[in-house]
Write a new protein. Sequence first.
Length: 269
Amino acid sequence: MMGMPRLAVALRALALPVAALLAVAPSAPAQAKPEPKAPKEFVALGDIDPTILQEIRYFTPHNFTGDPVDGYRRPMCILTRPAAEALHRAQGQLLERGYTLKVYDCYRPQRAVNDFVEWAKDLGDQRMKGEFYPEVDKTRLFEDGYIAEKSGHSRGSTMDLTIVRLPALPTRPYVPGEKLVPCYAAKKDRFPDNSVDMGTGYDCFDTLSHTLDPRIKGVQRANRLLLKGTLEKLGFVNLAEEWWHYTYKPELFPDTYFDFPVSRRSLTG
C-alpha cells in the first residue's frame, strides 16, 4: 500500500495536466445579445402606402454627419400605425392635386441620436458644414437646439417630410467629397432635390428653416403652407423651427424612446 506522502504527490502530478488543459481550453462563445424588436403597433410605411416616396437620408452619407448613421440597417420608414395611416390620408389629398409626399426620416433609434451627440462633440469633424450649418458654429449645436440627447422621432410618431410635384423626377445620388453648397442657397444652386422649393434644403441648421420665417415668401411660403395645412387637418403638429418636422397626435408612446434598428426584421407583425 502506497504511503500517504507518496499518494499525495501522485495525485498532485495527475491533477497538473487537467489544470493545464482547463487553463488553455477556449471559453464558450459569448451569446450575442438579441436586438430589440418593435412593438406590434409599429409598421413599415411602405406596407400602408407604397406611393409615398422614401429618401431616408440617414442611411446614406448625405446628412450633416457625413456618414451613414448608426441604427439604419435599411432605407425604410417605420412609424406607429396611426401615424402611418394618417400619412396615407394626407397622401390621398395631395395626389388629387398632383403632388406626392416624400419622407426623409421617420422612426429614429436612440443609438442614432447617440451617434448625433458624439458627432456634435467632435469639433474637428466639419466635413458637412458647408451645406448643413454654414452659419452656425459647431460649439453651439446643443445650446441652439439643433442637437439633443433625446428625439421625438424615437417615439415612433414623428417624421421629416416634404412634397414632390408629379411626375416625380429622381434625385441624383450624393457623391462624398463633392463641393457643398449652403442649404439656404437658391434652389437651382443647392444640392438637387426633387422636392418643391421650400426655401431651404432638408436638415438646414438655420433660422430660415423656421416654418413661418417672414423672409420666406411667395411660392416657397405657399409650398410650406400646403404641407402644413394638409397635415394639420389630419392631426399632425409641426415643430416651428423645422418646416419638415411633424408629429402625429396623440402619440401612442409619448414617453418611450425606442432603440430597435431600422430594418424589416425589427417589425414583429
